[in-house]
Design a protein around this ligand. Sequence first.
Ligand SMILES: C[S@@+](CC[C@H](N)C(=O)[O-])C[C@H]1O[C@@H](n2cnc3c(N)ncnc32)[C@H](O)[C@@H]1O
Length: 417
Amino acid sequence: MNHVELTVDAPAAGGESVARTEDGVIFVSGAIPGERVRVEITQTKKSFSRGRVVEVCEPSPHRVPDRRIAWGCPDVGGVEYAHVTVEHSRELKRLAAMDQFSRIGKFDRDLMDRLKREFRVTPPHHDGEEWRTRVQLAVTGGRIGMYRAGSHETVPVTHVPLAAPAINDLNLHQIDLTGAERVEIAVGDTGGAVTVVGREEVAHKLAEVVPPEWSLMSRAAGRRNRSAGRTTLIAGAGRVSHTVRGVTFDLDAEGFWQVHPDAADILSRGVVERVRGDVVDLFCGAGLLAIMVARETGARVWGVEGSSLAIASARANAQRAGVEATFDVSRVEKLGALTDADTVVVDPPRAGLDPAVIRLIASSTCKRVVYVSCDGATFCRDAQRLQNSGFECRDIQAFDLFPLTAHVEFIGSFDRV
Ligand SMILES: C[S@@+](CC[C@H](N)C(=O)[O-])C[C@H]1O[C@@H](n2cnc3c(N)ncnc32)[C@H](O)[C@@H]1O
């Protein structure tokens, strides 16, 4: 393998650092901008290369011992800032986001100047390394495992990095899971749920380790459509619940909920602060944003979501919260038109908004869009499309709801001009 010594210049989205050398651009993993490092080149493409640090020659003052070593899983991916102080990881995420705003978002100078002064990646209320309430673990050689960094190869783990303590307390690494493809875990405010994807008899082996107030479920491998009703309940009701500012959300344990324990509170506050008048909530899941908006602003709300299980939960959650809200099942991009509203809230999956959704918003009566996003690149792409469709970006805030990983959660508001 080819090795080079270089100084890394700037953070890139995805947790790598960029080094500009005579031989072109190299994206380096495991480095911190400003450091002099020796890098093993792992991939060479036409316009750039990729590499990983094999030796740190001049370390950054922000470097800490790689946390994955203490966790016993030095190779796993998904903890891109394992070697950086958490404070500095937020500064690197801020710089990487600013780069995306100007390169992909193409925001005008005034907004970029304002973002340069104001934009921060804000910590959650309860900071720490044990925040992940939802995990999907691969099974490799009969043992729970995770992807090796930069690869699709799985490696067994005895500790699930960044997971909530209740997940590691299950000690799943001690169980032979031969016959399962993966294990999915969701932790609620009280209790949680474990789903074994694979042969049902493997799930029964977990009956002794899963606490009595938790649910245990089995789903055949290969059946990816979760709303097809193929999950077998072995114990419990298959539900988890989360309480946000006094409102309890009860949902199907396999359905979507925010991963960081503070995320539902932080994001719903951010949305409540930004909406004006009546609201359409697209990609509404179990109703978090729509219900908190209806309850705290008195707005009329209409939520749309592709999963019928999530919509059933949203309707029941709204009724329990005592708010009036309409919820419909539909793929958002298939809607013919949006109901009249002043604000459209969107919280799409990582892939962002289909161009048909941007057209739908542009042809609606809404004056404001509040965009919640867990992916900076698609957020910036869609911000540019919204700008081209008559909207102007007013503000962007980011929250470190995936600490020590390369991910950031954004909320932006856009007004029709
Ligand atoms: C990021 S989650 C947001 C959920 C909700 N806002 C919350 O905070 O709990 C995205 C949601 O979009 C739904 N979804 C994904 N693609 C969709 C589509 N094309 N049309 C409608 N809903 C979709 C998923 O089922 C998921 O519930």
